[in-house]
Design a protein around this ligand. Structure first.
Ligand code: FE2
Length: 185
């Protein structure tokens, strides 16, 4: 599935712009991670883009989260590896390969990075690892972000925290123009 079609699917299945922003931010992080590992950037990007596709229908802890999305994706003929990755972000039993483990960490770090960008006048532009680490330690900042899933990238996919954050920032910066997270003109 090409990216334009994938984005159209995201827009048609979501109700909130903030959901699309979240999906695209995780896509950006997944693309950067794929490049780091020499993996398939398109496949990883789609997994990020679709991981919470059903969020506005099933709700944050809703019954059937990720399973509803998996049904839509299979109907649309999306690669089964992507479907597995989408299921993996919600259910540990699907975390069977690097991509399906990476999406868990990408999801969490993208949440932290977007929240950190929104409190900076320059948004994601010029964002530094050191300042993101401060936000990570500040538990009252973006309390919905699962800190363990951010720091867990070391055990989960073998990336030390600083490197993981740097890759995450790079990934977010790439998609930032699409989701209003660049420095204001
Ligand atoms: Fe998510």
């Amino acid at each position: 599935m090409d990216r334009r079609t994938a984005l159209e699917l995201c827009r048609s299945k979501t109700l909130k712009d903030t959901t699309v922003r979240h999906l695209v931010s995780v896509e950006g992080v997944m693309r950067a991670l794929a490049r780091r590992f020499g993996e398939d950037e398109e496949l990883w990007g789609l997994t990020g883009l679709f991981h919470d596709l059903d969020q506005d229908v099933t709700g944050e802890d809703g019954v059937g989260h990720a399973e509803v999305a998996a049904g839509w994706l299979r109907e649309a003929g999306v690669d089964e590896r992507v479907v597995n990755g989408v299921l993996a972000h919600a259910y540990p039993e699907y975390r069977t390969d690097l991509m399906s483990r990476a999406v868990v960490h990408a999801d969490a770090v993208a949440g932290l990075l977007v929240a950190a960008a929104l409190v900076r006048p320059e948004r994601a532009t010029g964002m530094k690892v050191s300042s993101v680490k401060k936000k990570l330690k500040e538990r009252s900042f973006a309390p919905g972000v699962n800190r363990d899933e951010v720091t867990g990238a070391e055990d989960g996919i073998g990336l030390p925290l600083d490197e993981f954050l740097a890759i995450g920032i790079e990934g977010l910066q790439e998609v930032a123009p699409e989701i209003g997270l660049t420095a204001q003109a």
